[in-house]
Design a protein around this ligand. Sequence first.
Ligand code: FRU
Length: 436
Amino acid sequence: MQDDAVRNASNEDAGRRTPAWTRDHAAGIERSEDTVAPIIYPPEAPVDSDLHIWDTWFLRERDNSLAEIDGYRVIFALTSSSELLPGKRHDVATIRYFYSRDGKEWETGGPVFDVDEKGPLGSRQWAGCALYDRGEVFSYYTASGRRGEEELTYTQRLAVGHGGAIETDENGLRIEGPWTHEVLLEPDGEYYETEAQSRGMIYTFRDPWFFEDDGTTYLLFEANTPVSEGSDACGGDPAQQEFNGSVGIAESPTGDPTEFELRAPLLDAVCVNQELERPHVVRRDGRYYLFISSHDHTFAPGLDGYDALYGFVADSLRGEYEPLNGSGLVLTNPSNAPFQAYSWLAFDHGNELLATSFFNYFEFGRPSLDEVAVLPEAEQLRRFGGTLAPTVRLKLDGNHTRIVGTLEHGHLPLPNEKLPEPWWGRGERLPDEGEY
Ligand code: FRU
Protein backbone atom coordinates (compact mmCIF):
# COMPACT_ATOMS: atom_id res chain seq x y z
CA MET A 1 0.00 0.00 0.00
CA GLN A 2 1.45 3.28 -1.04
CA ASP A 3 -0.99 5.69 0.57
CA ASP A 4 1.45 7.44 2.86
CA ALA A 5 2.87 9.20 -0.16
CA VAL A 6 0.05 11.05 -1.93
CA ARG A 7 -0.15 14.63 -0.72
CA ASN A 8 -1.62 17.80 -1.99
CA ALA A 9 0.90 20.61 -2.47
CA SER A 10 -1.34 22.91 -0.41
CA ASN A 11 -0.59 20.77 2.60
CA GLU A 12 2.97 21.93 2.70
CA ASP A 13 3.66 24.41 5.42
CA ALA A 14 7.18 25.77 5.22
CA GLY A 15 8.21 22.73 3.23
CA ARG A 16 6.68 20.31 5.68
CA ARG A 17 4.78 17.31 4.42
CA THR A 18 1.73 16.43 6.47
CA PRO A 19 2.50 13.39 8.60
CA ALA A 20 0.07 10.62 7.78
CA TRP A 21 -1.77 7.90 9.60
CA THR A 22 -1.49 5.37 6.80
CA ARG A 23 -3.39 2.28 5.78
CA ASP A 24 -0.33 0.25 6.66
CA HIS A 25 -0.38 1.62 10.20
CA ALA A 26 -4.11 1.13 10.59
CA ALA A 27 -3.97 -2.41 9.20
CA GLY A 28 -2.14 -3.30 12.42
CA ILE A 29 -5.00 -2.26 14.73
CA GLU A 30 -5.76 -5.18 16.96
CA ARG A 31 -7.01 -5.51 20.53
CA SER A 32 -4.35 -6.58 23.01
CA GLU A 33 -3.90 -6.82 26.76
CA ASP A 34 -2.22 -3.43 26.71
CA THR A 35 -5.04 -1.64 24.92
CA VAL A 36 -8.36 -3.12 26.08
CA ALA A 37 -10.04 -1.44 29.04
CA PRO A 38 -12.01 -3.54 31.51
CA ILE A 39 -15.73 -3.88 31.15
CA ILE A 40 -17.70 -0.97 32.58
CA TYR A 41 -20.69 -1.44 34.87
CA PRO A 42 -23.14 1.34 35.64
CA PRO A 43 -22.06 3.53 38.55
CA GLU A 44 -24.05 3.64 41.77
CA ALA A 45 -25.09 7.17 40.88
CA PRO A 46 -24.46 9.05 37.64
CA VAL A 47 -23.08 12.59 37.84
CA ASP A 48 -26.58 13.98 37.25
CA SER A 49 -29.56 11.69 36.65
CA ASP A 50 -31.46 14.49 34.86
CA LEU A 51 -28.78 14.76 32.19
CA HIS A 52 -27.12 12.76 29.49
CA ILE A 53 -23.46 13.76 29.71
CA TRP A 54 -20.98 12.95 26.99
CA ASP A 55 -17.85 14.76 25.69
CA THR A 56 -16.07 16.34 28.67
CA TRP A 57 -13.15 18.74 29.05
CA PHE A 58 -11.37 20.59 31.83
CA LEU A 59 -11.13 24.26 32.56
CA ARG A 60 -7.42 24.77 32.03
CA GLU A 61 -4.89 27.52 32.55
CA ARG A 62 -2.90 29.02 29.72
CA ASP A 63 -0.02 26.67 30.45
CA ASN A 64 -2.45 23.75 29.83
CA SER A 65 -2.59 22.76 33.52
CA LEU A 66 -5.92 22.08 35.23
CA ALA A 67 -7.32 25.25 36.75
CA GLU A 68 -8.10 25.23 40.46
CA ILE A 69 -10.43 27.98 41.60
CA ASP A 70 -10.67 28.38 45.38
CA GLY A 71 -10.18 24.64 45.77
CA TYR A 72 -12.58 23.65 42.98
CA ARG A 73 -11.75 22.02 39.69
CA VAL A 74 -14.21 22.52 36.86
CA ILE A 75 -15.25 20.42 33.89
CA PHE A 76 -17.41 21.34 30.93
CA ALA A 77 -19.42 18.76 29.01
CA LEU A 78 -21.97 18.30 26.27
CA THR A 79 -25.33 17.56 27.83
CA SER A 80 -29.01 17.06 27.10
CA SER A 81 -32.03 16.03 29.11
CA SER A 82 -31.77 12.37 30.14
CA GLU A 83 -35.33 11.89 28.92
CA LEU A 84 -34.20 12.29 25.34
CA LEU A 85 -33.47 9.25 23.20
CA PRO A 86 -29.65 9.16 23.34
CA GLY A 87 -29.29 9.10 19.55
CA LYS A 88 -31.00 12.50 19.37
CA ARG A 89 -28.75 14.24 21.85
CA HIS A 90 -26.33 15.71 19.28
CA ASP A 91 -29.21 17.75 17.85
CA VAL A 92 -29.76 19.67 21.08
CA ALA A 93 -26.32 19.55 22.72
CA THR A 94 -25.81 22.20 25.39
CA ILE A 95 -22.54 22.88 27.22
CA ARG A 96 -22.88 22.69 30.99
CA TYR A 97 -20.26 22.98 33.71
CA PHE A 98 -19.71 20.86 36.80
CA TYR A 99 -17.37 21.45 39.73
CA SER A 100 -15.78 19.38 42.44
CA ARG A 101 -13.46 19.76 45.42
CA ASP A 102 -12.18 16.19 45.38
CA GLY A 103 -12.39 15.28 41.70
CA LYS A 104 -14.84 12.49 42.53
CA GLU A 105 -18.19 14.07 43.44
CA TRP A 106 -19.36 16.53 40.81
CA GLU A 107 -21.97 19.25 41.30
CA THR A 108 -23.91 20.47 38.30
CA GLY A 109 -23.30 24.20 37.83
CA GLY A 110 -25.70 24.69 34.91
CA PRO A 111 -25.51 25.80 31.29
CA VAL A 112 -22.33 27.77 30.61
CA PHE A 113 -24.00 30.30 28.31
CA ASP A 114 -27.17 32.29 28.81
CA VAL A 115 -29.14 32.23 25.63
CA ASP A 116 -29.62 35.79 24.38
CA GLU A 117 -29.82 37.56 21.03
CA LYS A 118 -26.03 37.37 20.61
CA GLY A 119 -25.41 33.76 21.35
CA PRO A 120 -24.37 31.13 21.73
CA LEU A 121 -23.71 30.64 18.00
CA GLY A 122 -25.07 27.63 16.12
CA SER A 123 -28.37 25.83 16.57
CA ARG A 124 -26.53 23.67 19.13
CA GLN A 125 -23.01 23.57 20.49
CA TRP A 126 -20.62 20.68 20.10
CA ALA A 127 -17.33 19.92 21.79
CA GLY A 128 -14.65 22.43 22.61
CA CYS A 129 -12.35 23.39 25.45
CA ALA A 130 -12.15 25.98 28.19
CA LEU A 131 -9.41 28.41 29.15
CA TYR A 132 -9.13 30.42 32.36
CA ASP A 133 -6.86 33.39 31.77
CA ARG A 134 -6.43 36.28 34.19
CA GLY A 135 -9.86 35.86 35.69
CA GLU A 136 -11.64 35.45 32.35
CA VAL A 137 -13.26 32.29 31.03
CA PHE A 138 -12.85 31.57 27.31
CA SER A 139 -15.30 28.83 26.41
CA TYR A 140 -14.43 27.46 22.96
CA TYR A 141 -17.00 25.39 21.14
CA THR A 142 -18.20 24.12 17.80
CA ALA A 143 -21.08 26.20 16.48
CA SER A 144 -23.10 23.49 14.74
CA GLY A 145 -25.77 24.59 12.31
CA ARG A 146 -27.06 28.16 12.42
CA ARG A 147 -29.04 29.88 15.11
CA GLY A 148 -32.76 29.81 14.48
CA GLU A 149 -32.58 27.37 11.54
CA GLU A 150 -35.82 25.50 10.98
CA GLU A 151 -34.22 22.34 9.74
CA LEU A 152 -31.02 21.16 11.35
CA THR A 153 -27.92 21.66 9.26
CA TYR A 154 -24.44 20.31 9.88
CA THR A 155 -22.35 23.39 9.18
CA GLN A 156 -19.55 23.58 11.70
CA ARG A 157 -17.55 26.63 12.75
CA LEU A 158 -15.04 27.07 15.54
CA ALA A 159 -16.33 29.65 17.99
CA VAL A 160 -15.60 31.13 21.38
CA GLY A 161 -17.62 32.79 24.09
CA HIS A 162 -15.40 34.98 26.26
CA GLY A 163 -15.94 37.40 29.09
CA GLY A 164 -17.16 34.78 31.57
CA ALA A 165 -16.32 35.24 35.24
CA ILE A 166 -16.17 32.73 38.11
CA GLU A 167 -17.47 33.28 41.60
CA THR A 168 -17.29 30.93 44.54
CA ASP A 169 -18.91 31.01 47.97
CA GLU A 170 -20.24 28.53 50.53
CA ASN A 171 -22.88 27.43 48.00
CA GLY A 172 -20.35 26.41 45.40
CA LEU A 173 -19.07 27.82 42.14
CA ARG A 174 -20.80 29.82 39.44
CA ILE A 175 -19.73 30.82 35.96
CA GLU A 176 -21.50 33.90 34.67
CA GLY A 177 -21.48 36.13 31.59
CA PRO A 178 -22.04 38.44 29.90
CA TRP A 179 -20.40 36.56 27.06
CA THR A 180 -19.13 37.85 23.76
CA HIS A 181 -19.46 35.22 21.04
CA GLU A 182 -17.24 35.14 17.98
CA VAL A 183 -16.64 32.78 15.10
CA LEU A 184 -12.91 32.07 15.12
CA LEU A 185 -12.36 29.87 12.08
CA GLU A 186 -14.08 28.30 9.12
CA PRO A 187 -12.54 25.87 6.63
CA ASP A 188 -10.51 27.50 3.84
CA GLY A 189 -10.96 24.83 1.16
CA GLU A 190 -7.16 24.46 0.82
CA TYR A 191 -5.85 22.98 4.00
CA TYR A 192 -9.30 22.15 5.28
CA GLU A 193 -12.27 20.81 3.40
CA THR A 194 -15.44 22.92 3.26
CA GLU A 195 -18.91 21.48 3.52
CA ALA A 196 -19.35 22.00 -0.24
CA GLN A 197 -16.19 20.03 -1.04
CA SER A 198 -17.17 17.12 1.13
CA ARG A 199 -17.76 13.89 -0.80
CA GLY A 200 -18.55 11.27 1.80
CA MET A 201 -20.07 11.03 5.23
CA ILE A 202 -20.58 14.28 7.17
CA TYR A 203 -17.54 16.57 6.91
CA THR A 204 -15.85 17.75 10.09
CA PHE A 205 -14.61 21.13 11.25
CA ARG A 206 -15.03 21.03 14.98
CA ASP A 207 -13.75 20.38 18.50
CA PRO A 208 -11.35 23.33 19.09
CA TRP A 209 -8.58 22.56 21.57
CA PHE A 210 -6.48 25.39 23.02
CA PHE A 211 -2.82 24.50 23.44
CA GLU A 212 0.07 26.72 24.36
CA ASP A 213 3.58 25.56 23.57
CA ASP A 214 6.69 27.52 24.55
CA GLY A 215 4.76 30.77 24.51
CA THR A 216 2.96 30.23 21.20
CA THR A 217 -0.80 29.94 21.25
CA TYR A 218 -2.51 27.31 19.12
CA LEU A 219 -5.91 25.87 18.50
CA LEU A 220 -6.14 22.25 17.37
CA PHE A 221 -9.32 20.93 15.79
CA GLU A 222 -10.88 18.05 13.88
CA ALA A 223 -11.10 18.53 10.10
CA ASN A 224 -10.77 16.90 6.69
CA THR A 225 -8.17 17.26 3.94
CA PRO A 226 -9.63 18.20 0.54
CA VAL A 227 -9.23 15.39 -1.99
CA SER A 228 -10.48 16.36 -5.41
CA GLU A 229 -12.45 13.99 -7.57
CA GLY A 230 -10.28 12.14 -10.02
CA SER A 231 -7.13 12.68 -7.94
CA ASP A 232 -4.71 9.80 -7.63
CA ALA A 233 -4.91 9.71 -3.82
CA CYS A 234 -5.59 6.22 -2.45
CA GLY A 235 -4.45 4.70 -5.73
CA GLY A 236 -7.30 6.61 -7.38
CA ASP A 237 -9.97 4.66 -5.47
CA PRO A 238 -12.93 7.06 -5.02
CA ALA A 239 -14.45 4.97 -2.23
CA GLN A 240 -11.31 5.31 -0.12
CA GLN A 241 -10.86 8.97 -1.02
CA GLU A 242 -14.04 9.83 0.85
CA PHE A 243 -12.22 9.09 4.11
CA ASN A 244 -9.97 12.05 4.65
CA GLY A 245 -9.84 13.03 8.34
CA SER A 246 -7.21 15.41 9.65
CA VAL A 247 -6.03 17.12 12.80
CA GLY A 248 -6.03 20.82 12.05
CA ILE A 249 -4.06 23.56 13.73
CA ALA A 250 -4.30 27.34 13.84
CA GLU A 251 -1.90 29.78 15.42
CA SER A 252 -2.45 33.08 17.17
CA PRO A 253 0.24 35.44 15.87
CA THR A 254 -0.08 37.72 18.91
CA GLY A 255 -1.09 35.28 21.62
CA ASP A 256 -4.61 36.76 21.67
CA PRO A 257 -6.80 33.74 22.44
CA THR A 258 -9.54 35.02 20.12
CA GLU A 259 -7.41 35.58 16.97
CA PHE A 260 -6.24 32.56 15.05
CA GLU A 261 -4.88 31.87 11.57
CA LEU A 262 -5.10 28.49 9.88
CA ARG A 263 -1.93 26.49 9.36
CA ALA A 264 -1.34 23.19 7.57
CA PRO A 265 -2.68 20.13 9.42
CA LEU A 266 -0.62 18.35 12.06
CA LEU A 267 -1.61 14.96 10.75
CA ASP A 268 -4.04 13.45 8.31
CA ALA A 269 -5.62 10.12 7.59
CA VAL A 270 -6.49 10.30 3.91
CA CYS A 271 -7.67 6.88 2.67
CA VAL A 272 -7.81 5.75 6.29
CA ASN A 273 -10.42 7.44 8.46
CA GLN A 274 -12.98 10.21 8.20
CA GLU A 275 -13.11 11.44 11.81
CA LEU A 276 -10.10 12.28 13.98
CA GLU A 277 -12.18 13.59 16.86
CA ARG A 278 -11.36 15.88 19.75
CA PRO A 279 -7.60 16.12 19.04
CA HIS A 280 -5.44 17.13 21.99
CA VAL A 281 -1.77 17.07 22.87
CA VAL A 282 0.02 16.09 26.06
CA ARG A 283 3.60 17.28 26.25
CA ARG A 284 5.74 14.93 28.23
CA ASP A 285 9.44 14.14 28.53
CA GLY A 286 10.07 16.68 25.76
CA ARG A 287 7.80 14.79 23.36
CA TYR A 288 4.37 15.58 21.99
CA TYR A 289 1.66 12.99 22.34
CA LEU A 290 -1.29 13.71 20.06
CA PHE A 291 -4.53 11.91 20.80
CA ILE A 292 -7.79 11.56 18.90
CA SER A 293 -10.92 9.47 19.29
CA SER A 294 -12.33 7.64 16.33
CA HIS A 295 -15.07 5.21 15.45
CA ASP A 296 -15.20 1.76 14.03
CA HIS A 297 -17.57 2.93 11.27
CA THR A 298 -15.36 5.84 10.10
CA PHE A 299 -12.49 3.67 8.81
CA ALA A 300 -12.16 3.47 5.02
CA PRO A 301 -13.19 0.32 3.16
CA GLY A 302 -10.74 -2.52 3.71
CA LEU A 303 -9.71 -1.38 7.20
CA ASP A 304 -11.03 -2.52 10.53
CA GLY A 305 -10.72 -0.35 13.59
CA TYR A 306 -12.64 0.19 16.78
CA ASP A 307 -14.26 2.95 18.75
CA ALA A 308 -11.02 3.87 20.48
CA LEU A 309 -8.47 6.38 21.60
CA TYR A 310 -5.67 6.60 19.08
CA GLY A 311 -2.34 8.34 19.62
CA PHE A 312 0.75 9.60 17.84
CA VAL A 313 4.08 10.94 19.05
CA ALA A 314 6.56 13.48 17.68
CA ASP A 315 9.59 15.39 18.91
CA SER A 316 7.97 18.77 18.30
CA LEU A 317 4.42 20.01 18.04
CA ARG A 318 4.58 20.15 14.27
CA GLY A 319 6.94 17.24 13.96
CA GLU A 320 6.83 13.87 12.25
CA TYR A 321 4.07 12.09 14.13
CA GLU A 322 4.42 8.33 14.43
CA PRO A 323 1.53 6.18 15.62
CA LEU A 324 1.83 4.85 19.16
CA ASN A 325 2.05 1.08 19.45
CA GLY A 326 2.69 0.84 15.70
CA SER A 327 -0.94 1.16 14.66
CA GLY A 328 -2.06 4.18 16.71
CA LEU A 329 -4.40 2.15 18.95
CA VAL A 330 -4.04 3.21 22.60
CA LEU A 331 -7.26 2.33 24.39
CA THR A 332 -10.39 0.56 23.29
CA ASN A 333 -13.43 -1.27 24.59
CA PRO A 334 -13.64 -5.03 25.04
CA SER A 335 -14.96 -6.95 22.04
CA ASN A 336 -18.09 -7.97 23.93
CA ALA A 337 -18.91 -4.36 24.82
CA PRO A 338 -17.44 -2.52 21.84
CA PHE A 339 -19.35 0.73 22.42
CA GLN A 340 -19.12 1.03 26.19
CA ALA A 341 -17.07 4.24 26.14
CA TYR A 342 -16.12 7.00 23.74
CA SER A 343 -14.59 10.46 23.40
CA TRP A 344 -11.48 10.04 25.49
CA LEU A 345 -9.45 12.87 26.87
CA ALA A 346 -5.92 12.05 28.02
CA PHE A 347 -4.12 14.14 30.62
CA ASP A 348 -0.85 13.97 32.44
CA HIS A 349 -0.56 12.56 35.92
CA GLY A 350 2.94 12.12 37.35
CA ASN A 351 4.39 9.08 35.71
CA GLU A 352 1.06 8.04 34.24
CA LEU A 353 -1.35 9.32 31.70
CA LEU A 354 -5.02 9.29 32.63
CA ALA A 355 -7.89 9.11 30.15
CA THR A 356 -11.44 10.11 30.90
CA SER A 357 -14.35 9.38 28.57
CA PHE A 358 -18.09 8.96 28.74
CA PHE A 359 -20.02 5.81 29.50
CA ASN A 360 -21.74 5.06 26.22
CA TYR A 361 -23.83 1.94 25.40
CA PHE A 362 -23.54 -1.06 27.71
CA GLU A 363 -25.10 -4.52 27.43
CA PHE A 364 -24.77 -3.95 23.73
CA GLY A 365 -22.51 -6.32 21.84
CA ARG A 366 -23.76 -5.87 18.28
CA PRO A 367 -21.15 -5.01 15.68
CA SER A 368 -22.52 -1.57 14.78
CA LEU A 369 -23.73 1.37 16.77
CA ASP A 370 -26.45 1.88 14.14
CA GLU A 371 -28.15 -1.19 15.52
CA VAL A 372 -28.98 0.65 18.73
CA ALA A 373 -31.91 1.99 16.74
CA VAL A 374 -33.45 -1.49 16.48
CA LEU A 375 -33.75 -1.71 20.27
CA PRO A 376 -37.06 -0.63 21.83
CA GLU A 377 -36.82 2.99 22.97
CA ALA A 378 -36.88 2.04 26.66
CA GLU A 379 -33.86 -0.21 26.07
CA GLN A 380 -32.01 2.50 24.13
CA LEU A 381 -32.41 4.69 27.20
CA ARG A 382 -31.61 2.00 29.73
CA ARG A 383 -28.44 0.89 28.01
CA PHE A 384 -27.00 4.37 27.52
CA GLY A 385 -24.53 5.30 30.26
CA GLY A 386 -24.69 9.07 29.68
CA THR A 387 -22.25 9.86 32.46
CA LEU A 388 -18.51 9.89 33.05
CA ALA A 389 -16.79 6.54 32.55
CA PRO A 390 -14.12 5.12 34.85
CA THR A 391 -10.83 6.93 34.32
CA VAL A 392 -8.23 4.69 32.67
CA ARG A 393 -4.61 4.70 33.80
CA LEU A 394 -1.91 4.33 31.15
CA LYS A 395 1.85 3.95 31.26
CA LEU A 396 3.81 5.59 28.50
CA ASP A 397 7.13 4.27 27.40
CA GLY A 398 8.41 6.09 24.33
CA ASN A 399 6.21 4.95 21.46
CA HIS A 400 4.46 2.33 23.53
CA THR A 401 1.52 2.55 25.95
CA ARG A 402 -0.25 0.08 28.17
CA ILE A 403 -3.27 0.15 30.42
CA VAL A 404 -2.27 -0.33 34.05
CA GLY A 405 -5.49 0.27 35.93
CA THR A 406 -8.66 2.26 36.31
CA LEU A 407 -10.15 4.74 38.74
CA GLU A 408 -13.82 5.19 39.60
CA HIS A 409 -16.33 6.68 37.18
CA GLY A 410 -15.53 10.36 36.84
CA HIS A 411 -12.54 10.39 39.20
CA LEU A 412 -10.38 13.16 37.80
CA PRO A 413 -7.42 13.69 40.15
CA LEU A 414 -5.11 16.67 40.17
CA PRO A 415 -1.52 15.92 39.09
CA ASN A 416 -0.17 15.96 42.65
CA GLU A 417 -2.80 13.56 44.02
CA LYS A 418 -1.42 10.20 44.99
CA LEU A 419 -3.19 7.28 43.37
CA PRO A 420 -3.45 3.71 44.65
CA GLU A 421 -1.02 1.17 43.28
CA PRO A 422 -2.03 0.31 39.73
CA TRP A 423 -2.70 -3.32 38.90
CA TRP A 424 0.00 -4.43 36.57
CA GLY A 425 -0.52 -7.97 35.36
CA ARG A 426 -4.05 -7.76 34.06
CA GLY A 427 -4.99 -11.46 34.25
CA GLU A 428 -7.85 -11.27 36.71
CA ARG A 429 -9.26 -8.05 35.25
CA LEU A 430 -9.47 -9.16 31.65
CA PRO A 431 -12.92 -8.47 30.24
CA ASP A 432 -15.20 -11.43 30.43
CA GLU A 433 -15.65 -12.60 26.84
CA GLY A 434 -19.14 -13.66 25.92
CA GLU A 435 -20.73 -11.97 28.89
CA TYR A 436 -23.39 -10.45 26.69
C1 FRU B 1 -17.44 13.13 19.68
C2 FRU B 1 -18.27 14.10 18.86
C3 FRU B 1 -17.54 15.41 18.71
C4 FRU B 1 -18.66 16.38 18.56
C5 FRU B 1 -19.71 15.81 19.47
C6 FRU B 1 -21.13 16.09 19.08
O1 FRU B 1 -18.18 12.39 20.60
O2 FRU B 1 -18.57 13.55 17.61
O3 FRU B 1 -16.65 15.40 17.63
O4 FRU B 1 -18.25 17.66 18.89
O5 FRU B 1 -19.49 14.42 19.50
O6 FRU B 1 -22.03 15.60 20.04
